[in-house]
Design a protein around this ligand. Structure first.
Ligand code: ADP
Length: 491
């Protein structure tokens, strides 16, 4: 099959979170199965150009219809760790992708509506006719809308769309003016509730709803989250739409690219290790302590890596930090906040704890440091309020770092409590899980993990190794996506 992914991220060249990992990992998996895969991205000024090889111009004069006029774009292409990617660069005063950041601008919806339009225009003009277009999240929700309402009449009648939702919280709502912008000129028709009119706000369109209504197949990134989205308020207002389109909606658990995330081969680690030479994990722990100037002692390192966002349970992270320090453990945090209040809060904590030899808070985004923390830590906490799939717990397992998670979304599908999971035999249990969203629940699970570490170190090591043996590669999700692609291309 010929597959084109249209997305706002692809790791490591553009990565803000799990979306980037998934676009890259799935592309490589499909490529490995003999399919032809290409990725179309915006050409951001701030992306990691050091991860692109052989960048050159692929299309010189792409004129993208926009707001009744056109915007001149060019398209570059290059290889990102084996993956062919196309980067669309608009040359207009708005500077859509030259803002020094990927997201968080006042006109994000306009920027990504333009990108969706430009991506389709690029496919049309350059003669690319994939069997399947795979788009992701609200940023590219308008792609299937435009494909099936416009571009199919210009020679793209055979393309089919798989649409994957990584986060229901951000849906991309904007006033109906945007429809004129992209050339969907019958505002009342497209903006109606049974098409892409927002379910809650009159006069607004919802990009994600567009993806759900128009794509041939829609999924979110774990089976449990698919259920939550339909039947709880996690669907953030899209429950009625998912109900209508339930026959084409499902959950496919994300895979992890073990070419990137594997302690046996990870070139970012001081020392590689696997189950057979697990003792080498301690060398990485020593290296992290040196790098962050942490005290050298017998304590376990409890870590958190993730966006400092309400979604990630920041209050629980904060509580976990102090709980760890009070219970004979060190704590390391790597996270960045886009909300100023949360940023200030964690900066305040960082300054407050500056002299504490058992604690380090690194506020910012650092891919390389993340690898070292996964390898060095003993315990990873993931106390999310909601979690569509979650990659940090899956990466932690591979690195022999025991996850302590809240049982929501994809965490339910991946982590099984050592003491209480009655659905899995003891040999299949791989971490600690708590249910309620309060500090007592976190304490009970983290406390059990720390107790095991201190009281029964051999059992703790056995648990860590068991996690390393788990297979959360792209193999199973690759089979599932391949099945979806095969199914929709013949529709
Ligand atoms: P989300 O997509 O909601 O942010 P996921 O758990 O699906 O969360 O994926 C998070 C990915 O981003 C993981 O690869 C994690 O290691 C990485 N990550 C998150 N925050 C940081 C950070 N501050 N520095 C480096 N990597 C980070």
């Amino acid at each position: 099959m010929y597959i084109i992914q249209i997305a706002s991220e692809c790791a490591p060249v553009v990565k803000a979170g799990g979306l980037g990992d998934v676009v890259y990992g799935l592309s490589r998996e499909m490529d490995g199965r003999g399919h032809c895969v290409e990725v179309v991205l915006p050409k951001y000024d701030c992306m990691r150009y050091d991860h692109v090889w052989g960048m050159h111009q692929a299309y010189e004069n792409l004129y993208v219809p926009w707001n009744g006029g056109t915007i001149h774009c060019s398209v570059d292409c290059g290889w990102v760790h084996g993956q062919l990617c196309f980067f669309i660069e608009p040359h207009s005063v708005e500077g859509f992708f030259s803002r020094g950041k990927y997201y968080g601008e006042w006109d994000d919806q306009v920027r990504f509506a333009f990108f969706s339009k430009a991506a389709l225009e690029f496919l049309l003009k350059s003669g690319k006719r994939p069997d399947v277009i795979h788009c992701h999240d609200w940023q590219t929700g308008l792609v299937p809308v435009m494909l099936f309402e416009m571009y199919q009449y210009h020679g793209m009648a055979n393309q089919r769309v798989c649409y994957t939702i990584h986060n229901f919280k951000h849906q991309g709502t904007w006033s109906t003016d945007i429809l004129q912008g992209v050339g969907l000129n019958r505002e009342a028709y497209y903006g109606s509730r049974d098409r892409i009119g927002d379910n809650n706000t009159a006069g607004a369109v919802n990009f994600m709803k567009g993806g759900i209504v128009y794509a041939n197949y829609v999924n979110t990134v774990s089976p449990h989250h698919a259920w939550e989205a339909r039947f709880t308020d996690i669907g953030c207002g899209l429950q009625p739409t998912l109900d209508v389109y339930q026959d084409k909606f499902g959950g496919i658990l994300n895979g992890l690219s073990y070419q990137v995330w594997n302690p046996e081969t990870d070139s970012l680690l001081p020392v590689n290790y696997g189950i057979a030479d697990f003792e080498n994990k301690a060398v990485n722990k020593k290296a992290l302590r040196e790098r962050l100037m942490l005290g050298v002692n017998d304590k376990p390192i409890v870590a958190f890596i993730g966006r400092l966002d309400q979604q990630k349970g920041v209050h629980q992270v904060h509580h976990g930090l102090y709980y760890s320090l009070a219970h004979d453990a060190q704590f390391v945090l790597l996270g960045s906040a886009s909300e100023p209040g949360l940023n200030d809060w964690f900066w305040h904590e960082k300054l407050h704890l500056n002299e504490n030899p058992d604690c380090h808070l690194e506020i910012g985004y650092d891919e390389e440091l993340a690898h070292l923390i996964y390898a060095a830590a003993d315990v990873m906490i993931v106390p999310s309020n909601y979690e569509p799939c979650g990659l940090t717990q899956i990466i932690s397992l591979k690195y022999g770092t025991v996850p302590v998670v809240r049982g929501v979304g994809g965490l339910v599908n991946t982590i099984f409590d050592l003491d209480y999971d009655s659905d899995h035999p003891v040999e299949a249990r791989n971490g600690f899980v708590f249910s309620e969203n309060d500090s007592y629940a976190l304490e009970s699970a983290l406390g059990r993990a720390l107790n095991l570490y201190h009281q029964k170190p051999e059992d703790f090591e056995r648990l860590a190794k068991r996690g390393m043996a788990y297979d959360y590669s792209w193999k199973t999700p690759g089979d599932q996506y391949e099945g979806v692609y095969e199914h929709i291309r013949h529709k």
